[in-house]
Design a binder for this molecule. Structure first.
Ligand code: FES
Length: 156
């Protein structure tokens, strides 16, 4: 049975250096690169699975586990650090029940930390997908997360 991944493989099969763009587009399509997907790409591209897994794990942009609908990036850069970013991160971990780097079991949120979001004047800052939330205090965290949970509830 032909699938979207087969079409992408077809597109990149002959291309020199086609593996990375193929992985990128597949990830855009699927959200993450499962073992099954990597196997399919390896066989379609006539590469060893080890080679494909090696590339997918080398580049930080590729995700081998499912990711949340909302990606929360907590800034831990200097400006945010001195203004209490660690407390924001701790509040996030507590409220979500996951550690940084992890995704909630319902796949709603993935929690990450980053170096600087380029909005130091708003420290401490987080981003949730494309939305920036600045001058945060830990006690605002439950309320912010509740808004995104509500959005998800409306969509489903
Ligand atoms: S240090 Fe946090 S936005 Fe720059």
């Amino acid at each position: 049975m032909s699938s979207d991944i087969d079409e992408l493989i077809e597109k990149y099969r002959q291309a020199r250096g086609g593996l990375i763009p193929l992985l990128q587009e597949t990830q855009e399509l699927k959200g993450f690169l499962s073992r099954e997907t990597l196997e399919k790409i390896a066989s379609g591209m006539n590469l060893s699975l080890a080679k494909v897994v090696g590339v997918a794990t080398f580049y930080h942009q590729f995700h081998l586990e499912p990711r949340g609908k909302y990606i929360i990036r907590v800034c831990m850069g200097t400006a945010c650090h001195v203004r209490g970013a660690a407390d924001i991160l701790a509040a996030m971990e507590k409220e979500l029940g996951v550690r940084v780097g992890d995704t909630t079991p319902d796949l709603t949120f993935t929690l990450e930390q980053v170096a600087c979001l380029g909005a130091c004047g708003l420290a401490p800052v987080i981003m949730i997908n494309e939305d920036t939330h600045g001058k945060l205090t830990p006690d605002q965290v439950p309320e912010i997360l509740a808004k995104y949970r509500q959005k998800t509830a409306v969509i489903h």
